[in-house]
Design a protein around this ligand. Structure first.
Ligand SMILES: Cc1cc2nc3c(=O)[nH]c(=O)nc-3n(C[C@H](O)[C@H](O)[C@H](O)COP(=O)(O)OP(=O)(O)OC[C@H]3O[C@@H](n4cnc5c(N)ncnc54)[C@H](O)[C@@H]3O)c2cc1C
Length: 282
């Protein structure tokens, strides 16, 4: 999970929007896998409706004071930095305006990170409380007020990566070793190949500087449905007493993870509305 967020999402945002100082400070360490950067977007009352964030960065002399609460912040307890989305101008009518991103080194004495345990007992998520954290303009990621545009560009990278469709690949491979002639396996492998090609073509569009947000939402919707279908197919087509130890272990793990596939990075309902609105505007 650390590489999804740090390498692909944060490094991409740093390359596009970061200052020279931020790039020099973080990119070499990210490339060496020494930096883990968390993303503080979601809040208790702002998940799908991200523009509803209430975390505020208030001007304080030359700098800022940051106050608010983030939830589901993956890896914040391991992170060396966090990208935070905060409202910097609360008076604008357009709720997508007046939002900015900040890149803050961790740990920080005014940032409290506490665990939120997942259904399997693992600690990946956190609640992050920001208690008047002092910031300078050097902590701004990109331009003040451009946070919404930056985040939506970043989400296209997060949603479309080939890793998005691979959560259940170890399970698919273990199943293929035990049931190589299954028709259902053939259907799912064909689907995987198609999804991978779609994902690679989005990566190419991103490299060209395009903004394939609709396509990325579509691939994530289809890709996470595929991940769940693999779990469902293994459950339906294999008998528990005949599964190898490895297949049983991977299946148990995948069953617990499945609800997260269609939530993280934007729920499928929300992605479908991104696709519908995007297509209607074309
Ligand atoms: C494994 C995992 C890792 C995560 N890591 C991070 C992280 O590192 N940083 C971070 O900031 N967040 C993270 N999240 C949070 C994730 O982005 C949110 O869970 C997600 O955006 C949904 O928000 P929510 O949980 O508040 O649900 P809600 O927005 O409350 O949605 C609840 C339900 O209502 C539906 N719904 C909401 N709005 C609409 C609508 N307009 N139309 C139709 N249906 C709608 C949703 O589809 C969903 O089924 C993570 C989540 C998971 C599962």
């Amino acid at each position: 999970m650390a590489h999804w967020i740090t390498d692909r999402q944060v490094a991409g945002a740093l390359l596009r929007f970061g200052s020279e100082e931020q790039k020099r400070r973080y990119l070499p360490g990210i490339a060496r896998a020494e930096e883990i950067v968390a993303i503080g977007m979601s809040e208790p009352e702002a998940g799908s409706d991200l523009a509803g964030i209430t975390t505020r960065a208030v001007r304080d002399g030359d700098g800022w004071r940051l106050r608010g609460r983030k939830v589901w912040t993956t890896n914040a307890h391991r992170a060396t930095a966090i990208v935070l989305l905060a409202r910097t101008d609360p008076d604008l009518k357009d709720r997508h305006a007046g939002i900015s991103q900040f890149l803050l080194p961790l740990p920080n004495p005014r940032v409290d990170v506490s665990p939120i345990r997942a259904i399997d007992g693992n600690h990946d998520f956190n609640e992050v409380v920001l208690d008047d954290v002092p910031l300078t303009d050097a902590h701004l990621l990109g331009r003040e007020g451009d946070g919404w545009q930056q985040v939506t560009a970043e989400l296209a990278t997060e949603r479309s990566g080939p890793e998005r469709i691979l959560s259940t690949l170890p399970l698919l491979r273990a199943w293929a070793r035990e049931a190589p002639d299954s028709d259902e396996l053939g259907r799912l492998v064909a689907q995987l190949v198609t999804l991978r090609r779609m994902s690679v073509s989005i990566a190419a569009a991103l490299d060209e500087g395009e903004r394939p947000e609709v396509e990325a939402a579509l691939v994530k919707d289809l890709g996470t449905q595929f991940e769940g279908e693999v779990v469902d197919a293994v459950r339906r087509t294999t008998r528990s007493e005949e599964r190898s130890e490895e297949l049983a272990r991977l299946l148990d793990h995948a069953v617990l993870q499945t609800p997260a596939f269609t939530l993280r990075g934007g729920t499928n309902e929300v992605l479908r509305s991104v696709v519908a609105r995007g297509l209607a505007l074309r």
